[in-house]
Design a binder for this molecule. Structure first.
Ligand SMILES: *[C@@H]1O[C@H](CO)[C@@H](O)[C@H](O)[C@H]1NC(C)=O
Ligand SMILES: *[C@@H]1O[C@H](CO)[C@@H](O)[C@H](O)[C@H]1NC(C)=O
Ligand SMILES: *[C@@H]1O[C@H](CO)[C@@H](O)[C@H](O)[C@H]1NC(C)=O
Ligand SMILES: *[C@@H]1O[C@H](CO)[C@@H](O)[C@H](O)[C@H]1NC(C)=O
Ligand SMILES: *[C@@H]1O[C@H](CO)[C@@H](O)[C@H](O)[C@H]1NC(C)=O
Ligand SMILES: *[C@@H]1O[C@H](CO)[C@@H](O)[C@H](O)[C@H]1NC(C)=O
Ligand SMILES: *[C@@H]1O[C@H](CO)[C@@H](O)[C@H](O)[C@H]1NC(C)=O
Length: 406
């Protein structure tokens, strides 16, 4: 199998150096496995219809390399439907037949109110972990399409695993029953060791009502920005992954940044867009109108095929997995973003069917790593998921060989 990829690699990367690292499967599941603090909690969840593992689709991954607590891998499972006992979890090293056992984060009491208590967590699509040992948790407040609570941004201190801040979005920031906040990206302007992490911006996508929300930790305020590039493109709404076709008209979906610009794309699209951070970080620009400054937004590239998640490393390489064919790919900042300039990174396509979560994390030795969660969404969309197969994977790949090959 490796031989086949080596040939692809040589063709794709000439005249780049040969890459040495491989994509590693860190965790894999046939079906999600939910652990509980006590057996009574499990029995209660079963009795109330709150533990239906076949309903669970994990979508994001985030990693905390902590000097004292060790490495913790987090995953999210949005409450698309009933039967999800918790929506944010840490992956344990205990493995059962279907895969490793999850445990609720920060603890079960944050998750088992199912929208009855808006001080708790209702449903999370994705999270962002910063170099300040904090985790931003973006809670939609909704279960399936029912909005129980306003959307909120929670900040957990990963040193103490306690809530350090809560920001509940004002109704002016979203449209009730229409907005869905799914992807946060955080940028720290004053990171350690010199800074004290007081200046963090969190950018968030509204996938269903086509907007971007900026949260500023210094102001403790958020504002909304809309632009025509945040809409899904009807011609790109039909997707094919591993020969299975499905319709997904998701708009504003994924975010990445090189500290100068915010890059973004709708899911139903083959186009990458960007806007300067200096424009969107300035709240004044959008005080009168959330559709202000349309000329600041630009189309920066076109892909060979649509993609879900994306992430950028510190050198400005933009990573994504194309749907059809399935390819782990990056764009270098030195070349224009065209299909011809997509650089393929060798990877078994079976491992990366629908990558819905992607992050670049710096590990304990200072090496940047690409982390991905793949969930075979094409099978789920078509009601064809087979729980005797591996369906969900958390993957990791060091990036130093790619960075040194540029
Ligand atoms: C799982 O094992 C790895 C490797 O030994 C370790 O780094 C990590 O901290 C463990 N995870 C948990 C949640 O204990
Ligand atoms: C939103 O949906 C709920 C039911 O889920 C309904 O009670 C409420 O009136 C709706 N709000 C708006 C603004 O449409
Ligand atoms: C963090 O640093 C900024 C700028 O140096 C300073 O204004 C602020 O008071 C500091 N905050 C804390 C909590 O130390
Ligand atoms: C997709 O279909 C082609 C042609 O029938 C086949 O060769 C290929 O193995 C299929 N791929 C997958 C992932 O099923
Ligand atoms: C923010 O934008 C306003 C105009 O909308 C401009 O007057 C102001 O100088 C900008 N502030 C910064 C810090 O760039
Ligand atoms: C960090 O990355 C280096 C280089 O890939 C690797 O040798 C090391 O094991 C990684 N650390 C952890 C905790 O995985
Ligand atoms: C890419 O651009 C960076 C910064 O402009 C430069 O340092 C690097 O050498 C370039 N790499 C290649 C392969 O041209």
């Amino acid at each position: 199998m490796w031989g086949r990829y080596l040939v692809v690699l040589l063709l794709a990367l000439t005249p780049h150096a040969i890459l040495s690292s491989e994509l590693e499967t860190v965790y894999e599941w046939k079906q999600m496995v939910f652990g509980f603090p006590t057996d009574a909690d499990r029995q209660e969840a079963i009795a109330n219809g709150n533990l239906i593992p076949e309903n669970a689709t994990p979508i994001d991954v985030a990693v905390d390399y902590h000097s004292e607590k060790g490495t913790r891998v987090f995953t999210t499972t949005p409450r698309f439907t009933t039967g999800i006992p918790y929506t944010l979890a840490v992956v344990t090293n205990t493995t059962e037949d279907n895969g490793p056992v999850l445990m609720p984060y920060p603890d079960y009491s944050w998750h088992n109110s199912y929208g009855d208590d808006c001080d708790k967590i209702t449903s999370v699509y994705r999270v962002a972990i910063t170099e300040c040992n904090q985790m931003f948790v973006l809670d939609t407040g909704a279960i399936f399409t029912v909005k129980h609570c306003p959307p909120q941004l929670l900040v957990f201190d990963l040193n103490t695993d306690t809530l350090s801040h809560r920001y509940v979005f004002d109704p002016s920031i979203y449209t009730a029953n229409a907005s869905l906040f799914i992807t946060p990206r955080a940028i720290v302007s004053d990171p350690p060791p010199t800074g004290n992490c007081s200046n963090v911006k969190v950018y968030m996508t509204d996938v269903t009502f086509h907007g971007l929300v900026v949260y500023d930790s210094e102001l403790d305020a958020a504002w909304r920005i809309e632009n025509r590039f945040m809409y899904p493109h009807p011609d790109q709404g039909v997707h094919t992954i591993a020969n299975q076709t499905f319709i997904l008209m998701d708009g504003m979906f994924a975010l990445a940044s090189d500290q100068e610009q915010l890059y973004f794309h709708p899911l139903a699209s083959v186009t990458e867009y960007a806007v300067p951070l200096s424009i969107i970080n300035n709240r004044t620009n959008f005080l009168d109108s959330d559709v202000a400054m349309p000329e600041a937004f630009s189309q920066v590239g076109t892909r060979s095929s649509s993609t879900a998640a994306e992430a950028m490393d510190s050198q400005g390489n933009l990573y994504f997995v194309t749907f059809n064919p399935i390819k782990l790919t990056y764009w270098s900042p030195n070349a224009t973003y065209t299909p011809e300039n997509e650089i393929e990174i060798p990877a078994d396509p079976q491992l990366i069917e629908f990558v819905s979560g992607m992050k670049v994390h710096t590990n304990d030795t200072g090496v940047e790593e690409l982390w991905m969660l793949s969930d075979r969404f094409q099978e789920i969309a078509n009601g064809a998921i087979d729980f005797s197969e591996i369906n969900f994977r958390i993957l990791r790949r060091p990036l130093d060989d790619i960075q040194n090959s540029d």
